[in-house]
Design a protein around this ligand. Sequence first.
Ligand SMILES: C[S@@+](CC[C@H](N)C(=O)[O-])C[C@H]1O[C@@H](n2cnc3c(N)ncnc32)[C@H](O)[C@@H]1O
Length: 341
Amino acid sequence: MSQKRWRVESGELGYEELLALSWGWRPSLLLLEASRAGVFDAAAGGWRTGDEIAAALGANPRAVELLLFGLAGAGLMKKSGARYRNTDAIERHFVRASPEYRGAILDLDRRAVNNWGHIGEVLASGRPIPKPEQTEEEKRAWQETFIRAMDALARLHVEEVVGALPQAGGMRLLDIGCGPATYLIEWLRRVPDGRAVAFDRPASGDTVLRLARTAGVGDRVEFMGGDFTLDTFKHGGPFDVTLVSQVLHILGADGARELLKRAAAATRPGGVVAVHEMALGPDEHPGAAGIFAVQMMLGTAEGCVFTDAELRALLADAGLTVEDARPTDNRSRIYLGRKPV
Ligand SMILES: C[S@@+](CC[C@H](N)C(=O)[O-])C[C@H]1O[C@@H](n2cnc3c(N)ncnc32)[C@H](O)[C@@H]1O
């Protein structure tokens, strides 16, 4: 189970820890900005001198040399004398030509940095930060980046999520707000003759279907584009399993309650609605989900983060009996709610 991506210090921080925290954005920005500048691409494939990397980038040699000290100091590159190479993890996941490239996560984090710089403004106004002006082309490109980042993040705990879902030959699954449909695709790989409906904004359709085809399950997936705040999810149902993963926090309590009722109505009697969601830790220490609450404050008008008790109550309000609840990483849990027969 991935425990590192959202790791936060627990308990009360001392003075020196606070100073370390205040300094600590530097290695983060080094990773994000070196990636954006193409430094890891320029250094790919082996040991290179600073001048070679600068020449490949068309960049200033002195600036590159100093940046390379920083990258080596932060554990993002290896240094041997005057030559540098990417660390293994950088070479594998943050070089654009790598088949295992996961740089969309960095793109997502870079956009968050911009938002987090405006906490004071949102505190005063209570209104989320306006989305950047984008052309249709830029919107499509951003949706593709977002979906790729969701896919890379979902892969960190695909075993915990899919392993919790009911799996038997011929079952039908609905994934509401499927994003890249990482869980749906993995579920289909495990369920012979299973079929699935992937529901998300229309702009996600091409990416979802491409990922499903690549995984060899494209012929068993139907994509439904729409608005999950309105749809009744009748198409292709009723379903044996309905998955609502990392969606409820976008909607706030009323919207979440209402969506879960529609999700339950789309599920067959005896079937399961699975809610995968961040859950705030105990009152004394909200944990990593608490940090995400700030993301909701900055980016949404109604979004929130629920406690474990609130999530259980939402499932109960939809007429579901919680049969299982288990962690999927250090901030999220998956709840299995059975619909009565
Ligand atoms: C945080 S992502 C979760 C993706 C996926 N379920 C997962 O757990 O990896 C939320 C998804 O909800 C979709 N979404 C947000 N608002 C929506 C709406 N009103 N109607 C349909 N989809 C929506 C987004 O496009 C995105 O794919």
